[in-house]
Design a protein around this ligand. Structure first.
Ligand SMILES: Cc1cc2nc3c(=O)[nH]c(=O)nc-3n(C[C@H](O)[C@H](O)[C@H](O)COP(=O)(O)O)c2cc1C
Length: 190
């Protein structure tokens, strides 16, 4: 997909078809993420690809979904929950710049996924200790973010934010609307 179509079209997905994501597709996402910019080109990120159902369930149970519309966009296990997560890990002693590295990499994952008809939900709200224990991650690394990945079972819509209101919301048809600020409100020309 052309980037000019991809960037505005991609939306966070929080309802998933109960169709496993092939390993080759998950590998492709990391293959795209590895080219992202990173501080000093150190490439400190590593990825745990979680798709064993028991581990996915443990991780799923420690995630928190869409606070502004909870619980309506909290998926239910076995119905519309994701069947895979990617855990982005960093060295336990890494400098804060790896947070930016992870942002760049996850953005690539999200776009690569959308291009392959997959959807993602990026998580900062989860219990890292639960994920660490479930994945037997050693003490030299920690989990910074999670990304749920799966085939979308919802079609959120992008819209222009009015009067600075950026709160996403669900309409009467249970469609998620995601307002984005207009470009002219974001720029100061000097
Ligand atoms: C750093 C970061 C952390 C996020 N954490 C969560 C989270 O814990 N739970 C969740 O449901 N969504 C989470 N999101 C998804 C945002 O809610 C979502 O990106 C935002 O509503 C805008 O929607 P969009 O991705 O469709 O543009 C996170 C996104 C980012 C970038």
């Amino acid at each position: 997909m052309d980037f000019e179509k991809l960037a505005p079209a991609r939306r966070t997905i929080r309802r998933f078809a109960q169709q496993p994501v092939p390993d080759a597709e998950l590998k492709h996402l990391i293959d795209m993420a590895r080219f992202a910019s990173c501080g000093s080109n150190k490439q400190l990120l590593r990825y745990l690809i979680i798709r064993h159902p028991e581990t996915v369930k443990t991780v799923f149970d420690c995630t928190r979904w869409a606070g502004l519309v909870a619980p309506r966009r909290t998926p239910q296990w076995g119905i519309d929950a994701p069947l895979a997560f990617i855990a982005v890990t960093i060295p336990a002693d890494a400098s804060p710049i790896v947070i930016a590295d992870a942002g760049a990499a996850i953005q690539s994952i999200e776009f690569a996924a959308w291009e392959r008809s997959l959807g993602c939900c990026w998580f900062a709200s989860f219990d890292p200790q639960v994920v660490k224990a479930a994945t037997a991650l050693d003490d030299s690394r920690k989990v910074l973010y999670l990304v749920a990945v799966g085939f979308p079972a919802e079609s959120p819509v992008t819209e222009e934010a009015v009067d600075g209101d950026v709160a996403y919301y669900l309409d009467d048809q249970d469609t998620l609307h995601v307002p984005k600020l207009p470009v002219d409100e974001l720029c100061q020309w000097l």
